[in-house]
Design a protein around this ligand. Structure first.
Ligand SMILES: *[C@@H]1O[C@H](CO)[C@@H](O)[C@H](O)[C@H]1NC(C)=O
Ligand SMILES: *[C@@H]1O[C@H](CO)[C@@H](O)[C@H](O)[C@H]1NC(C)=O
Ligand SMILES: *[C@@H]1O[C@H](CO)[C@@H](O)[C@H](O)[C@H]1NC(C)=O
Ligand SMILES: *[C@@H]1O[C@H](CO)[C@@H](O)[C@H](O)[C@H]1NC(C)=O
Ligand SMILES: *[C@@H]1O[C@H](CO)[C@@H](O)[C@H](O)[C@H]1NC(C)=O
Length: 266
């Protein structure tokens, strides 16, 4: 597994919360146990077989929840900001209701690979990979293909799914189920008006209070067309219920890093 697995974590002491957007700093909620996408639709079994729920622990205190995507039989892709001072995490596979995971794995922090240029302030390169014991694919647990620069350089106007286990509104409300929303990928300008937005990110417009929220971090943005993974849920505004656009890490911009990490262990 070579030396590179033993990496980083030190730089993330700052924040864990989804909503800690640089321009819109506000009370940071560090931990919502579960909940859901706001005003979303219940997912059905097998609809998002690549989606995993990740519970992150620091010295045995449960401190955060994120989502992630299976991108190969041994790699999960998620957000770097999930990993401040984390000792291990539990990853739940093939689950749409809490406690009905097909299986789960506990993974210790030597198996986390954070993007080397992740910037906790701007959330630039908010991406991390977790190496997991090799899994076999099924109808309910499967990988997703990555979006690529050739086909997906300009995604403005594309429709996408954003599923996740995050909060359902601005208070921590428990939900035991996986929800998703249909969203439209917006022009960068929309997010530039709200956030310290960079071209390495994807902007998703929200309407009808349908938004990603705390706890959805690290989760996928999946293109309807072709079912490619285009984004990693990163941050939004302090409220999830004001139709502020949401920011995702743009997968095409970190594609090379992902491939390089996967090449080391495949
Ligand atoms: C990884 O977890 C161990 C305990 O499980 C802890 O001693 C160590 O400091 C952690 N490493 C990092 C980089 O957080
Ligand atoms: C991206 O696609 C949108 C929608 O098709 C189009 O309006 C826009 O001009 C394109 N942007 C670039 C930089 O090609
Ligand atoms: C999301 O979009 C897909 C594809 O257009 C559609 O089949 C599905 O019904 C939509 N779901 C919701 C909740 O709008
Ligand atoms: C969105 O949620 C807020 C807070 O609950 C509510 O005041 C507002 O009316 C909702 N907006 C829509 C379009 O339903
Ligand atoms: C939820 O979304 C629907 C559109 O799908 C919208 O009609 C409704 O007002 C939204 N509810 C809230 C509370 O925002």
């Amino acid at each position: 597994m070579k030396g590179i697995m033993v990496l980083l974590l030190a730089i993330f002491a700052s924040t864990l919360a989804f909503k800690d957007s640089p321009k819109m700093s506000n009370a940071v909620v560090l931990y919502n146990e579960h909940g859901r996408i706001t005003n979303g639709t219940l997912a059905v079994k097998g609809q998002f077989p690549y989606l995993v729920r990740i519970r992150l622990y620091s010295f045995a205190n449960k401190i955060n929840q994120c989502s992630g995507s299976i991108i190969s039989s041994i790699w999960v892709l998620t957000a770097a900001h999930c990993f401040g001072n984390i000792n291990y995490c539990d990853i739940y596979f093939g689950e749409i209701s809490e406690k009905t995971a097909r299986f789960q794995h506990r993974v210790y922090n030597k198996s986390f690979v954070l993007h080397p240029e992740y910037d906790g302030g701007s959330k630039h390169n908010d991406a991390a990979m977790i190496i997991i014991p090799r899994i076999s694919f099924s109808k309910y647990v499967n990988k997703i293909e990555l979006a690529n620069e050739a086909k997906h350089a300009n995604l403005t106007g594309w429709r996408a799914y954003a599923p996740g286990w995050g909060a359902r509104n601005d208070t921590p409300i428990v939900s035991k189920h996986l929800y998703y929303i249909n969203v439209t990928i917006a022009d960068d300008e929309l997010c530039e008006a709200f956030h310290y937005f960079q071209p390495s990110q994807l902007c998703v417009s929200t309407a009808h209070n349908q938004s990603t929220c705390r706890g959805d971090s690290g989760g996928p943005l999946t293109l309807h067309k072709g079912n490619f993974l285009a984004g990693i849920s990163s941050y939004g505004g302090p409220s999830c219920l004001n139709n502020v656009p949401q920011v995702f890490t743009r997968v095409t911009k970190i594609f090379t890093w992902i491939r390089d990490v996967m090449d080391i262990v495949s």
